[in-house]
Design a protein around this ligand. Sequence first.
Ligand code: 6R9
Length: 646
Amino acid sequence: MSDATVFPVPENLAEKAWVDESRYLQMYQQSVEDPEAFWAKHGKRIHWFKPFTKVKDINFGPEDVHIRWYEDGTTNVCYNCIDRHLPTKKDDTAIIWEGDDPSEHEYITYGQLYDHVCRFANALKARGVKKGDRVTIYMPMIPEATYAMLACARIGAVHSIVFGGFSPDALAGRIQGCQSNCVITADEGLRGGKSIPLKANADKALESCPGVDTVFVVKRTGGNISWNDKRDVWWHEACEAADNSCPAEEMNAEDPLFILYTSGSTGQPKGVLHTTGGYLVYASMTHKYVFDYHDGDIYWCTADVGWITGHSYIVYGPLTNGATTLVFEGVPNYPSASRFWEVCDKHKVNIFYTAPTAIRALMREGLAAVKKTSRSSLRLLGSVGEPINPEAWMWYHEVVGEGRCPIVDTWWQTETGGILITPLPGATPLKPGSATRPFFGVKPLLVDNDGNTLEGATEGNLCLSDSWPGQMRSVYGDHERFIQTYFSTYKGLYFTGDGCRRDEDGYYWITGRVDDVINVSGHRMGTAEVESALVAHPKVAEAAVVGYPHDIKGQGIYTYVTLNLGEEPSDELRKELVTWVRKEIGPIATPDLLQWAPGLPKTRSGKIMRRILRKIAENDYGSLGDTSTLADPSVVDDLIENRMNR
Ligand code: 6R9
């Protein structure tokens, strides 16, 4: 191979893995030469009530865009995740729950999972929730979060999970966006020893959501909360009163399964819509092959169910495969920086999947915190959410995995439903920092800014030229926006928003977003969202937000703020604005640096030139490029002079 650092597949691993390199190449070839036959075969990995006869019906535009997989089949996601395993796995562990406090954990068998989910499904029905209704889930990482998802899927309700770190405003926007009439939450969440006022946040959000008539509340901490008798229902009371069996609704393959809001380069977050059959085929298939999952493995993905990674690789993929999946309530550094590795030892985790930002943060804590644990159960490590820098990759490989465990650097998106570019542990020689090669059926294409296809070793905009079963189907309630966002930049192609390099060996190296989306600690954020939060403050006239390189977070949030005439900049006001953004969106959107800008660099037609603001934030003035089109070039000098130090 061309690059200096290549890690070959460990020999003992290739033998035991589902696929070795020659099998990968053969299967990949089949998958792109005859996708109908390939996906017809693999579509059968899930249970269908009524088998499909049609495999795919795809149109990537330009006018009409539609994506349909297995469209005449019927199935149920919850049935596949639970009922199907009961004859053989009733007493096997489905979920290992590890609490924020290391003294708390719980094992939940498939049999118990069935009981919990059926009861809650009946509780939902008792409050009038039915097939097609949207249910918003705003919960901490407790087993009930997974029961809630599965119960919705069981009765055909469409869940929309809102990450527990989002503010009341952000929650309200998402509830209104999909017109949920039911919300599921907890009294409080618990993370890193601190409580999070989920019910209080929900109460606040619901002041502007009159359509919500039911709020289920899990008692997690027993903290003080206010109560609305007409609307609020204790989870445990509703489940006690409910029957423990509930039929799984027969769903069409293309019926919606869930909506998940995600940030884009413009406007408010959009509701990414995923459907039933294809999504489940893809989530379960990628979970099996990418993590080389075998019966008996203990699998842990550290994500939150509030993100797509939690949907596909904590809940739906693993449970469809009858796996044991670990659900972790806490954070990597509580009570100490050894926590992840202690949990691996405690529950004998074999497969561990986390984000580069966590690796970098733990790397900074030094070797001792890792070395005091054994980690001997680990066989495979995974990474997701942002590019992993080679230093972090090497540390993960050498220190955490002691050189023994391959790393699967998995590239994908909320929109893709499952992993698209990734190594397979038994098949792919690894290069630190590269997501390597496409999964079966995935056809990456690099194009230049004019849409010309680039061949060979090159760099360009990452597109996909054909569909895969896990692909999003629409933006909820706004199909036009779906077409506009993903299919209008390059005709006939799905555009990912990512830049990418392909090397001589055909390996893909994701270089990051090429649009106005930033990636802070693996969380996606639209710069426009942060800007609109800032300008909503009465003292702010204008704001521009860009990302800048950050050692731990990958990217930090750099904000330029122009105040209204007559307002004076002060440290106090700076703090106030930072707090304001936290309150408007949530702590993940906290600006790292805020610079006062008497003016912003604009073109004569009034467009903010972000390219320049990015360069200033990156401390890279040498290459500001052409500033001659600026309406007032002198603003740039001021911005450089007053640049915030990191
Ligand atoms: C699954 C998830 C998607 C964006 C994506 C890209 C970045 C994710 C990556 C990666 C490089 C990887 N991204 N995985 N970049 N290497 N292995 O994270 O979904 O939250 O929608 O973010 O994250 O920029 O476009 P989502």
